[in-house]
Each structure stands twice: as C-alpha cells, then as structure tokens.
Design a protein around this ligand. Structure first.
Ligand SMILES: Nc1ncnc2c1ncn2[C@@H]1O[C@H](COP(=O)(O)OP(=O)(O)OP(=O)(O)O)[C@@H](O)[C@H]1O
Ligand SMILES: [Mg+2]
Length: 386
C-alpha cells in the first residue's frame, strides 16, 4: 500500500509582496516518523518552505495538510505549539538562562506549572546537558555546540509531533557537528518524530535524511532515499549535486551501522585482565594492523580505553591497568568517510564502534570497509548491466 504523507504540501507557492517568487507549485509528502531533508542552493526557498509549514509565512497558493487537515483551518498559535522549530542561527533568547529558554515552549503550550521543571530536565537530558550543570547558565556562556543543543532541547520540550530544523548545525566546527548529527540520529531512533531538516551540506543531507528532497529555484527536483538519488538521479543537476558516478560517493554516505562489524576474535580484553591476556588477544586476532598493535579494553560492553602492546609504556607497566590510554571510537551513526577521517588522524587501521553511552559494538577495520564497498559497487554494476 502506498504510504501517504503525514505532512503534505500540495501545489504550494509563495510570492513575497516585492514580487519575489520564493517557492513555486511545490508538492511534497512527508511520512510520519521520517527525517526529510531539504537541500538546495542559497535562496532556493528552503526557509520559506519551513516557515509556511508552521504558518510564520502564509502560502500565496496551495495548501498544507497535517494528518489530512489543512493547516489553514487551524489557529496558527495552536498549530505552532504542535511543531518544534530550531531556527537558522540558533536563536536562543540571550536574556534568559538555559532552563528558561527551554521552558518557554511548555509554558506557551499551557503545561501545568508544576510539570514544567520535569519537562525542562527531561529535554536537557535528551541532548546531554544536565540541568544542574547547565540550567543556570546564560546562552553567552555556552559553546556553539552547547547552544545548538539547547535549541534542540527547546524544540523537544513541547513534545511536538513535527520538528522543523533550519540548518541547525550550520555554524559548528566539523567535529562538533558530526557529534551532534550522531546524537540527533540516536535520539530519532528513540523518539521517531516527523522531522523536516534543512541543510546546505550534501554530506549532512545524505547522512541525516531517510529521504532527501533536492530543491532548485523554489521547486523540488527530486525526492528519494539517499542511495536511490545516487543510483537514479533524474537529471544532471541532481547527479552533480550528489556526486553520482563518483566511486567515493557510497563511502561518503553509508553509515557504519550499515556495514557488518567484526565482533569475534577481537583484540579486546576486560579492564581486570592481565598483560599476558592482552598480548594473547593481540596475537590471536586475524585483524591486520597498520603499525602498532592495539588492544582495546572494554568493561561490560562499555569502551574504556586501549593499550599499545608494542610500546614501551606497555612493556614497563606492572599491570594492564597502568598502561590504559584513551581510545578513539566512533558512533555507529557516523559515515564511513568520517570513520576513515578518524583512522587517518589517529593512525589506526581498526576503529572501535560505539553506540549510545559509549556501548561497545565491535570493530570496523579498514580492510573490511573497503571489501564491503567493493561488494556494493559490484552489486550495483551487475544491476546496471541487466
Ligand atoms: N520577506 C521576504 N521578502 C521578500 N523576499 C524574501 C523574503 N524572505 C525571503 N525572500 C526571498 O525568497 C527567496 C527564498 O528565500 P529563503 O530564505 O526561503 O531561501 P533559503 O533556501 O532558505 O536560502 P539560504 O540557504 O540562504 O538560507 C530568496 O530569493 C529570498 O531573497
Ligand atoms: Mg534559509
């Protein structure tokens, strides 16, 4: 059965009073519980489209339906309470402390007074900012990534069915950005909100989107799942945009969670193990090393650290506990490209993959990753020749 949209835009056009047509005859069906990414060049109408969904901007023509009901029939204020909005450029209230920024939404929603602190705590917890530590801070005393998290917490605090995010991670450095993307994907696995996510960055679009809508000059050129955009771009504009035909494209967009990880015969020991056990684990693994032999130390499935059985610190230590060092690990929602980046910057060929709360999931090795990609590309070219 064809799924119909939970949030549908039908023939939506926006002409601003100065004559600019920002959006033109746009049709889009967004499914319940999906992340739909809107991407396109600056000025193509992404922000206008988001703002028409929550009626901060009224369409000139066409209609927008939520669960089959035209939004034009709803009171805009009540409508906006059902929709979380993370605006372009963060937009925290500078004169309100973090907890008050987050409580704005449940207060507007009419949540009973005594329930608001619990709601604020829960929303800040979801984005990894404990109330005790961050609640009393001013926005100006937070890093860019923390401000962005408060923005997300504020959008979540009203328990919205729909969340609109306008370039939420646009202003962040790449490492913070990757971390927040991974957190948002984990959060989404639990919360299953209907999310419309705007970005300029194709890597971010393909990573975050269950489906990606490519916009140009106020219309949608193609909307599809990321790998379908790569395999079947409708025209040259889309093909160029997603980098179809580039053998590295799959590598840029596939998530680690889509690749089988090694979970057996690993160089992994518990923190109470002996140095001999660590050496034994290094000896018995079929994993290939690029230079140093690392043994990873995990405690009841949580990643603790690593030791390098080839270095002096290991040789001279009396116990394993004395030579544990911090370990680089990567979240399962990160992409293969991000994993390779970390492998190169930390000089390792086998990277530990973690889930939420640093749960140990397995190891991704460079060789397994390239083998997998070769297999995928082989499967694609077989399909093409059929
Ligand atoms: N209030 C307005 N009055 C007139 N024109 C507007 C108004 N708001 C936006 N526009 C124009 O509408 C077009 C689409 O703008 P919009 O902000 O939706 O683009 P965008 O895709 O979000 O761009 P960016 O990626 O730069 O954020 C642009 O040409 C913009 O100049
Ligand atoms: Mg915009």
């Amino acid at each position: 059965m064809k799924q119909t949209g939970f949030l549908s835009l039908k023939g939506v056009t926006k002409r601003y009073p100065d004559g600019t047509t920002a959006v033109s005859g746009l049709d889009l069906d967004i499914l319940r519980g999906e992340i739909l990414v809107l991407i396109g060049p600056s000025g193509c109408g992404k922000t206008t489209t988001l703002r028409m969904i929550n009626r901060l901007v009224e369409p000139t023509e066409g209609e927008i339906l939520i669960d089959g009901k035209p939004t034009s029939s709803l009171d805009p204020v009540i409508l906006r309470r059902r929709i979380g909005y993370v605006i372009q450029g963060i937009g925290l209230f500078p004169h309100l402390r973090v907890k008050d920024n987050v409580s704005v939404v449940p207060r507007l929603k009419g949540v009973p007074r005594e329930k608001i602190p619990g709601k604020v705590r829960e929303s800040l917890d979801l984005v990894g900012l404990p109330l005790e530590e961050y609640g009393h801070r001013w926005p100006s005393d937070l890093s860019g990534g923390q401000k962005q998290r408060v923005g997300v917490a504020r959008a979540l605090a009203g328990d919205p069915e729909i969340i609109l995010m306008d370039e939420p991670f646009g202003a962040l450095d790449p490492i913070t950005r990757i971390g927040l993307q991974d957190e948002l994907l984990s959060l989404q696995e639990r919360l299953r909100k209907t999310v419309v996510f705007v970005t300029h960055d194709i890597n971010e679009a393909m990573k975050m989107g269950d489906r990606v809508a490519i916009m140009r000059e106020g219309t949608i050129v193609q909307v599809d799942r990321p790998l379908d955009l790569l395999a079947r771009p409708v025209d040259d504009f889309v093909a160029d945009f997603v980098g179809a035909g580039n053998p590295l494209a799959l590598f840029r967009y596939l998530k680690i969670r889509e690749v089988p990880l090694r979970t057996e015969n690993l160089p992994v020991v518990g923190p109470d193990s002996t140095k001999e056990e660590a050496l034994e684990a290094a000896r018995n693994t079929p994993l290939k090393y690029c230079k140093d032999r690392l043994v990873f130390i995990c405690d009841k499935k949580k990643v603790v650290g690593c030791c390098n059985v080839d270095n002096r610190r290991f040789r001279e230590a009396a116990t394993l506990a004395e030579c544990i060092e911090p370990v680089t690990h990567i979240h399962r929602n990160s992409t293969l490209q991000e994993a390779l980046g970390l492998m190169i910057s930390s000089g390792i060929a086998n990277i530990v993959v973690s889930g939420d709360g640093d749960e140990f999931l397995g190891i991704l090795s460079f060789v397994d990753m390239t083998d997998f990609l070769q297999m995928q590309q082989g499967a694609e070219s077989v399909q093409e020749t059929r």
